[in-house]
Write a protein that binds this ligand. Structure first.
Ligand SMILES: NC(=O)c1ccc[n+]([C@@H]2O[C@H](COP(=O)([O-])OP(=O)(O)OC[C@H]3O[C@@H](n4cnc5c(N)ncnc54)[C@H](OP(=O)(O)O)[C@@H]3O)[C@@H](O)[C@H]2O)c1
Length: 155
């Protein structure tokens, strides 16, 4: 099973200049606690944006070239989706934009930190129809002038 995890703005902003936009401490904690011990799947740009490998998780990178330092590279995304769609294991899709877009139709859960701001961005989370999901608020909070909610959408 696939679960998407992302922090997004009101305008679906995800990233700018191959970096994150939001640096919310509690969100980072939530990301770590939720994904640790699991496989995490990311695109090559997101991999390159990380300061280092994500500890305690199998780091799987999607790319047309073999990625040095990753635990695994996926070059055939279609086959990976087909092979893992029905596994009981929760596999986390951690970005970026192109990877969220391709996994969205197959993701059972979306853990979205919805930040109450519309910053400038060059990468956006894909639009999706919320009425097809059950919605549960997991956390609410604020950091400086930003308020946010962590919502779990599930199908
Ligand atoms: N807000 C958040 O929660 C969050 C989370 C993660 C990332 N981000 C942000 O998102 C941005 C990066 O997103 P992005 O869309 O530019 O890049 P990305 O999705 O991280 O990576 C794109 C790359 O992945 C590979 N790829 C994608 N689909 C593929 C397929 N079907 N087969 C083979 N390879 C495939 C390609 O690599 P090759 O060119 O090597 O083939 C492609 O260039 C950054 O700004 C980052 O900070 C935000």
């Amino acid at each position: 099973m696939f679960s998407i995890i992302a922090a997004i703005g009101k305008n679906n902003a995800l990233g700018k200049n191959n970096d994150l936009i939001f640096h919310i401490k509690e969100d980072m904690k939530f990301f770590r606690a939720t994904t640790v011990g699991h496989k995490v799947v990311m695109g090559r740009n997101t991999w390159q944006s990380l300061p280092k490998k994500l500890k305690g998780r199998e780091n799987i990178v999607v790319s047309s070239n073999k990625i040095k330092g990753a635990d695994k590279t996926i070059s055939n995304l279609e086959a990976f989706i087909k092979d893992n769609l029905d596994t009981p294991e929760e596999i986390f899709i951690i970005g970026g934009g192109s990877i969220y877009e391709q996994f969205l139709p197959y993701a059972k859960n979306l853990y979205l930190t919805e930040v109450n701001a519309s910053p400038e961005a060059d990468i956006f989370f894909p639009r999706f129809d919320k009425k097809h999901y059950h919605r549960k608020t997991l956390q609410t909070g604020e950091q400086y002038d930003l308020t946010y909610k962590i919502i779990k959408y599930s199908k």
